[in-house]
Design a protein around this ligand. Sequence first.
Ligand code: NI
Length: 160
Amino acid sequence: MDDHVQTGLKFVPIWRRLNDDLIRLLHAIPDDKLDWSPRDDLWGFRRLLVHLAAAREEWMTRAIDDGVWNVVDGRDHETQQVSKPHIEEMLRRTWDRIEHVFADQAQLDATYRDKWWDKAPLYDGHWVAFHLLEHDIHHRADMFLYMSLMGEKPPQVWTV
Ligand code: NI
């Protein structure tokens, strides 16, 4: 009998592919359109992609406290200077960081206090995982819509 018990989020490999898809999307954006958005008050692709990486680190810092150094400089959030290779590195490194946490049942099941907001409810790792997955998906949808509005074909994605 196989006594190996898989622990952690069982859909981590699927989410890893979603991260790879975000990187495919990054490279599908025309270089001169990286800051394009349909309206001046909406963030462009570059800022949205950096925001995804920053949000992952935010929750690893404010709740999980995994002891890993952040790779996204807070100022990267504002800048128009971050290159595609740098954004790709941010997405890969922050993915590796959250994957490490969400593949670990003990860290997933643990309860965390929000270090930034003392009135916040306690979070467990499942809540943080869902929050970050939903965040990846809803901003991916923003960017797919942007691509369509620009007349560009977004990469095909589906869950298999
Ligand atoms: Ni957001």
